[in-house]
Design a protein around this ligand. Structure first.
Ligand code: SF4
Ligand code: SF4
Length: 117
């Protein structure tokens, strides 16, 4: 499953640079599939959805840092544990029970975003 940031976030920004998938954004910032990945132009996600990787997407939160579920692999393929949760001073990076994925699915997402390793 993806990691989600709860409303206990104090906007310290410590998590953002730690994410190997650039899945974390500051509140009110636009996000893009291409940020920090090899994706560009029209791509079909591993869940079958077609998206424009270059297109700016609406912020998921306007108030606090947020994680894009489609880009979060729980750090699979890079690290043994979620790096955001490891650095968060208030422990507000927690598993999102609504976005449950298997390890294989998470690794497939990681390879999809970073085919060159
Ligand atoms: S768990 Fe890893 S991939 Fe997911 S948002 Fe946190 S740092 Fe990024
Ligand atoms: S490290 Fe925790 S408190 Fe700081 S911005 Fe990230 S989620 Fe919010």
């Amino acid at each position: 499953m993806a990691i989600i940031i709860t409303d206990e976030c104090i906007n310290c920004g410590a998590c953002e640079p730690e994410c190997p998938n650039t899945a974390i954004y500051e509140g009110a910032d636009d996000w893009r599939y291409k940020d920090g990945t090899s994706l560009e132009g029209t791509v079909v996600l591993t869940n079958g959805t077609e998206v424009d990787a270059d297109e700016a997407q609406e912020p998921i939160s306007d108030e606090i840092y947020y994680i894009v579920p489609d880009k979060c692999t729980e750090c699979k393929g890079f690290h043994d544990e979620p790096q955001c949760a490891a650095v968060c001073p208030v422990d507000c990076c927690v598993p999102d029970e609504d976005v449950v994925e298997t390890e294989e699915e998470l690794l497939a997402k990681q390879r999809f975003m970073h085919p060159d390793g």
